[in-house]
Design a protein around this ligand. Structure first.
Ligand SMILES: Cc1cc2nc3c(=O)[nH]c(=O)nc-3n(C[C@H](O)[C@H](O)[C@H](O)COP(=O)(O)OP(=O)(O)OC[C@H]3O[C@@H](n4cnc5c(N)ncnc54)[C@H](O)[C@@H]3O)c2cc1C
Length: 462
């Protein structure tokens, strides 16, 4: 990663080689790059890294300073990184920097109902209707044949850890100017050129601008791209928990009337006295009206509420560290491109975390866009031309819409307690659990291995 010139000279001594806001240089001529990425979240950073080795000069513009993005208080989420996404992170040199803190997901157990021992409808607690996916089942199909052994479905990694690894990798990237903290405030986009103006007056001219600026994307709004949005009237409570028993790499999801409750296995760590701690990350969907009260409970009461929903499969459960909540909405952009700009990640699609796929979709956007841009560059094409951008948009739209439909359908089907629906679901669970080919297809979908896969998802270089 290189730095752009500033009135104070090179910023090499500053952390992460950032160009800080006090280096504003409104009088200086615009920085000229091939690619300007607005938003240095996990998706924007991955795109900058993927393009950097291929001679695409890139400016990565992020509103937050790097230390804020990796602070424990910024984002309490862990993400399920599907096997296909792990292949991308490996191919772009990020995986080795975080693999020691990535917990393999070996089994997934989905249950209709909770673990409340007092639930009269569920004597004994957890519903007898479940679907169990084991990575060993993949040993019988082509997924395993490639590597000789069945791979895990994916990995659970704290977002904070992924960001640290992405920043670390970014530092070694040629052709990338990481400009942060800096907010992209206005844009000029037409068939001939794209220009971004930052909050301090600096300007960046580019052949292509990418909106990786998340759900509230200012660039998407500026380009006049409409969105369809729907409020699930649910919030996700997220935090790390410790539990008495080891999780053995099993991810659990219980479908409760208020919404899904997931217990995602994390790597063990040690407490201050050196004792091993078994950890998981919870994603607990709730009625937003109850969330403030639940977040304010003391650790014992909060742990007891988790046990009411999850049961004692992992023994006693207690929270560890800060708790977070996220309102849940569906967001779909009406199109992915305008003059000299495209959307990636949450700027293009924001989905319910029920299947842990939002970031995975963003990573597949990155893999496809990087491949399209590198191919265009090899052929001497203008990387911001409609021909190039339409190839990306066509490639990604179907996969994204499919996942939007699946996650939206599952959320609506399972977030209720209507007796006829519950009966149908339970019968469906019992039947599906016995259908091996259908289960295998669902597993390959969850791993991000179905469809027209970009090279990076197949673990191949661009
Ligand atoms: C509770 C919950 C659990 C989840 N679990 C999973 C999971 O298990 N697996 C999974 O795959 N996904 C999961 N997701 C989804 C995943 O977190 C998101 O899809 C992913 O973080 C989106 O990344 P992004 O980089 O596109 O957007 P963001 O993370 O929103 O990043 C956008 C960046 O752009 C910057 N920015 C915005 N505007 C500007 C501007 N004008 N100028 C400069 N910078 C700007 C912001 O500061 C930010 O850093 C979950 C989501 C939730 C809510």
């Amino acid at each position: 990663m290189t730095d752009i010139d500033s009135p104070r000279g090179p910023a090499a001594e500053r952390p992460f080689h950032l160009v800080s806001e006090d280096t504003a240089a409104t009088a200086t001529p615009p920085l000229r790059v091939d690619l300007a990425i607005i938003g240095g979240g996990m998706v924007g950073m991955s795109l900058a890294i993927a393009c950097s080795e291929h001679g695409i000069k890139t400016a990565l513009i992020e509103a937050e300073p790097a230390p804020a993005l990796t602070d424990r208080g910024y984002d309490g989420r862990s993400s399920a990184i599907a096997y296909g996404s792990q292949q991308v992170l490996k191919a772009i040199g990020v995986w080795d920097l975080l693999k020691d803190q990535a917990q393999p997901i070996l089994d997934i157990r989905v249950t209709d109902g909770g673990g409340d021992q007092r639930d009269a409808r569920r004597p004994g607690g957890v519903s007898p209707f479940f679907v169990h996916y084991s990575h060993r089942d993949l040993a019988e199909d082509g997924t395993a044949a490639q590597s000789g052994e069945a791979p895990p479905f994916g990995y659970i990694v704290e977002n904070r850890i992924s960001r640290v690894a992405l920043f670390e990798r970014l530092k070694a990237c040629p052709n990338v100017s990481h400009i942060a903290p800096a907010t992209a405030m206005s844009f000029k986009l037409d068939a001939e050129r794209a220009q971004v103006s930052l909050h301090d007056g600096r300007r960046i001219g580019a052949a292509l601008v990418v909106a990786a600026d998340g759900r509230q994307s200012a660039l998407r709004g500026f380009a006049g791209i409409g969105i369809s949005e729907s409020d699930y009237r649910q919030s996700a409570i997220v935090c790390t928990v410790v539990h008495e028993k080891p999780h053995h790499g099993v991810a659990h999801e219980h479908f409760l009337p208020a919404g899904p409750f997931a217990m995602l296995p994390m790597t063990d760590d040690r407490d201050d006295e050196g004792h091993v701690r078994h950890r998981s990350s919870i994603v607990w969907t709730e009625d937003p009206r109850l969330v403030p009260m639940l977040l304010a409970l003391d650790d014992d009461a909060f742990g007891a509420e988790i046990e009411r929903r999850f049961g004692l499969t992992l023994g006693r459960v207690r929270p560890l560290g800060p708790r977070f909540s996220y309102p849940l909405k569906l967001l779909v952009a009406e199109k992915y491109l305008a003059d000299r700009m495209v959307l990636v990640g949450d700027a293009a699609h924001g989905i319910h975390p029920i299947a842990g796929q939002g970031f995975n979709l963003g990573i597949r956007d990155v893999a496809a866009l990087a491949e399209v841009l590198v191919d265009a560059r090899r052929l001497g094409q203008d990387i911001g031309s409609p021909l190039v951008l339409e190839r990306y948009a066509r490639w990604r739209r179907f996969d994204n819409l499919l996942l939007v439909g699946v996650t939206d359908g599952l959320t609506r089907l399972f977030s209720n307690d209507l007796p006829p629906l519950r009966l149908a679901r339970d019968l469906g669970f019992a039947l599906f659990n016995k259908l091996k080919p259908a289960k295998r297809l669902a597993m390959r979908h969850a791993m991000g291995l179905v469809g027209d896969l970009p090279k990076l998802v197949r673990g191949k270089p661009l």
